[in-house]
Design a binder for this molecule. Structure first.
Ligand SMILES: Nc1nc2c(ncn2[C@@H]2O[C@H](COP(=O)(O)OP(=O)(O)OP(=O)(O)O)[C@@H](O)[C@H]2O)c(=O)[nH]1
Ligand SMILES: C=C(OP(=O)(O)O)C(=O)O
Length: 215
């Protein structure tokens, strides 16, 4: 099965607020963009992915991610993450009604295309399925097969909500790169240890973040 991914991205100036102890206000927007660029580039390189739609109102991020090959959907509802995902899913299905869709966070800078393909292949066995984040509290990916509604319930404790909604939890090993979202300084160090994409690596090296090879 081939998938269309819907990736939500907050305005960069407001993004990654929980990284404020690790990265200053001046640096955080660029870091959030680097995470999104590495996430989108890895998603587009995944053999199971046909298309990537990014739901964002951020003009700079929109330009940079379109240059990588993503389709930019304006965040017209402006009603937060789940409204953005519902809107993005409706937009991709108005273009391609029978497509399989999966929501993926934009803060997965260590994402590896082969691991993403394993997760999507496993998700194809279920009407709806999800992958919990590295902390085992949230969600990094929620998938809906053709003809199924996504019904996103991201946010604090979303693992429990997605489970309660009837989505199958994907219990796979060796897919750490798909689970390692970056909300805190510790998350960033964990992602750097897994190995991040080139934009995040360059920025992290400049910031001399401990844990980066060579620092
Ligand atoms: N389009 C859109 N994306 C959002 C919105 N809120 C969050 N996101 C995205 O959803 C994913 C998870 O977001 P959060 O963890 O809530 O926010 P964050 O900016 O990553 O981090 P914090 O500010 O620390 O909460 C990230 O890819 C965000 O960019 C929104 O209102 N609109
Ligand atoms: C929005 C979510 O992610 P985060 O951990 O980034 O808040 C979530 O897990 O549903």
């Amino acid at each position: 099965m081939q998938w269309t991914l819907v990736i939500p991205l907050k305005a960069l100036a407001r993004a990654k607020s929980r990284l404020s102890d690790t990265a200053t206000d001046a640096v955080r927007p660029g870091l959030a963009l680097a995470f999104a660029q590495d996430t989108v580039a890895a998603a587009l390189a995944c053999a199971a992915v046909d298309d990537v739609a990014v739901v964002t109102d951020d003009a700079l991020a929109g330009r940079e991610l379109a240059a990588l090959g993503a389709w930019i959907v304006p965040d017209e509802p402006g009603g937060g993450l789940n409204a953005a995902l519902a809107h993005g899913t409706a937009a991709v299905r108005s273009r391609s009604p029978e497509c399989a869709v999966a929501a993926l966070n934009a803060d997965l800078p260590a994402l590896r295309p082969l691991e993403l393909a394993r997760v999507l292949d496993a998700a194809a066995e279920f009407p709806r399925a999800f992958l919990s984040d590295a902390a085992a509290i949230g969600t990094t990916l929620l998938a809906a097969s053709p003809g199924r509604e996504l019904r996103p319930a991201f946010g604090t404790d979303s693992r429990a909500r997605h489970r309660a909604s009837g989505a199958a939890e994907l219990l796979l090993t060796a897919v750490d790169s798909v689970r390692q979202d970056v909300d805190t300084g510790d998350d960033l160090r964990a992602a750097l240890a897994l190995g991040v994409g080139p934009r995040t690596a360059t920025l992290a090296a400049k910031l001399l973040i401990p844990g980066q090879p060579g620092t």
